[in-house]
Design a binder for this molecule. Structure first.
Ligand SMILES: [Zn+2]
Length: 529
């Protein structure tokens, strides 16, 4: 044909949607077949007199064709841009492009502009060099639209099937949320997993009681050797795909995720995130009104009162002190002048609450004033006691304090965990005894026996430590309601815990002249006075 142009060809191969459903070996066969086919085509080109300087094979597998940021495809574009190759060969249009706008852009603009030859061997044969205009014909466009429609149909079908299940409150996730398990005979239904549910209850009561910050809870869980949800899943033999890559430790965000998950109220909440569309495989947050929320689909682990209190405390976003505890007045103290929250600062061993507005926003916006925490605390405690005294009938308040979350359950749950640890310790001892017996009878060698003994001793020491920590903790939680006992005896509070402060006080306003205004929650009409 007397042609002098020399072609450097890229053969681009991609698995189709159907291919991706197939087992691994069939997949690779499909890739191999496509490559063989395209290489045969290149031989045909040579046979009919075309000059080919060389060719490269690039492929994408397991990626959806609608995603134009396929790594292989990007590599192809890079090579074409650098003019290392000047001809792109695909077996059919759908391998190259999955949406019509991309196809149109490349075929009608990019390739002609950069003098790139494009060949599609089947399903709308295109060769922009030998058959100029073939890239622009209507059939090519229709094929492009058909390919796109196919991808769209597929994604809509999958989604609507899931939407129906979500509407019915059927669980569609791969793994049950921490604290639950999928029901054995019906994986759409969640049942309580007593072991993890105990931890969930602990986390809520520790936090909602106002005694512990997120980071103190994190430290406590990790000290107790309680595996985080991912490690727990692995231990249960679930999620075997990713056994490494997670240190098994709790973090503030994993605790926060538990504290905000409405699933613990017995409410199924699904569809909080969605894939943007069938072209862009990224997730985005869905507005709450579009979530699939179904009440009472499974047993609740947390009561609504405790849950709401945890949400309120989280929204106050209080910072923890050095000892991991939260200061009882944190988040409650506000500047009387500008009504903004005051920040807590430490200086020379004393803690202060001060208004930041003046320093951060400008002198004209507030007066400069601060108050020592100790002074403020004593004043507020006194005010609380006076207020409670004035209430006269303390029944309602007593009830309110009694109903506050985070009491005896703690102690019982620790007892349960102590029992488990003691059982494990017994097991270790039994293993050791058996290995000694085996050694004495000559079943195992001395070296083997020593190795087993080493392991057993280490495990025993770990467990004894854990049991001791748990016992100590039981003692501490045992004395926790001291403030309440003191109140019942002396009719006054001797200390103000964060939980108590939160239950009784809405806001403490501190004015420039150091006068305080305390807004009590007692005004709540639900509490009879
Ligand atoms: Zn102020």
């Amino acid at each position: 044909m007397g042609d002098t142009r020399v072609w450097a060809v890229i053969a681009y191969v991609r698995l189709s949607d159907e291919d991706r459903e197939k087992p691994e070996d069939e997949k690779s066969r499909s890739v191999d077949n496509q490559i063989k086919y395209l290489e045969m085509y290149i031989e045909t080109m040579k046979a009919r007199g075309e000059r080919i300087s060389g060719h490269a094979v690039i492929y994408d597998d397991g990626k959806t064709g609608t995603d134009t940021n396929r790594t292989g495809f990007q590599e192809v574009m890079e090579l074409l841009r650098e003019k290392k190759y000047n001809c792109l060969l695909v077996s059919d249009l759908s391998r190259g492009f999955r949406n019509i706008s991309d196809q149109t852009y490349y075929l009608e603009e990019y390739f002609p502009l950069h003098d790139i030859r494009f060949i599609s061997t089947t399903l709308q044969y295109v060769d922009s060099y030998l058959l100029p205009g073939s890239a622009l014909n209507l059939g090519v466009k229709i094929q492009g639209i058909t390919n796109e429609q196919f991808a769209y149909d597929t994604s809509v079908k999958i989604r609507s099937k899931f939407d129906l299940k979500r509407k019915l409150g059927e669980f569609i996730g791969a793994f049950a949320p921490y604290g639950y398990a999928k029901k054995l005979d019906n994986s759409d239904v969640l049942v309580v997993d007593p072991e993890a549910a105990g931890i969930v209850r602990d986390i809520f009561s520790w936090y909602a009681d106002g005694l512990m910050s997120l980071s103190a809870i994190v430290k406590k869980l990790n000290t107790f050797g309680i595996p985080n949800p991912t490690k727990y899943k692995n231990q249960k033999g679930l999620n075997l795909k990713n056994p490494a890559g997670n240190d098994g430790l709790w973090s503030a965000s994993s605790v926060r995720r538990i504290l905000t998950n409405e699933v613990y109220l017995g409410r199924m909440v699904q569809g909080r995130e969605e894939v943007i569309n069938y072209k862009v495989h990224k997730s985005r947050k869905v507005p709450r009104e579009d979530w699939f929320v179904v009440e009472g689909t499974h047993e609740a682990i947390i009561d609504p009162k405790t849950f709401d209190k945890a949400q309120q405390l989280l929204s106050m976003n209080v910072r923890a002190g050095a000892n991991g505890g939260i200061h009882p007045l944190a988040g409650i103290v506000k500047c009387g002048e500008c009504k903004k929250a005051m920040s807590r600062k430490s200086s020379k061993g004393h803690a202060y609450y001060c208004c930041r507005t003046r320093r951060e926003k400008g002198k004209q916006f507030c007066k400069s004033h601060s108050v020592r925490e100790k002074v403020l605390y004593a004043a507020v405690l006194e005010a609380v006691n006076i207020q409670v005294w004035q209430l006269g009938d303390m029944r309602a308040l007593t009830q309110r304090v009694q109903n506050a979350p985070g009491k005896p359950a703690d102690t019982r749950d620790f007892g349960y965990r102590i029992t488990i640890s003691e059982k494990q310790l017994e097991n270790e001892t039994a293993v050791f005894d058996k290995s000694y017996y085996d050694f004495a009878r000559g079943v195992i060698s001395e070296a083997q026996f020593k190795r087993i003994r080493g392991i057993c001793e280490r495990r025993q020491a770990e467990l004894e430590n854990l049991i001791e920590t748990l016992r100590q903790e039981t003692k501490i939680t045992g004395v926790k309601p001291a403030a309440f006992d003191a109140f019942q005896k002396g009719r006054r509070f001797t200390e103000l815990t964060r939980g108590l402060a939160f239950d009784l006080i809405e806001t403490v306003y501190v004015y420039e002249d150091m006068s305080l205004e305390i807004c009590f929650r007692f005004a709540d009409p639900s509490i009879p006075s």
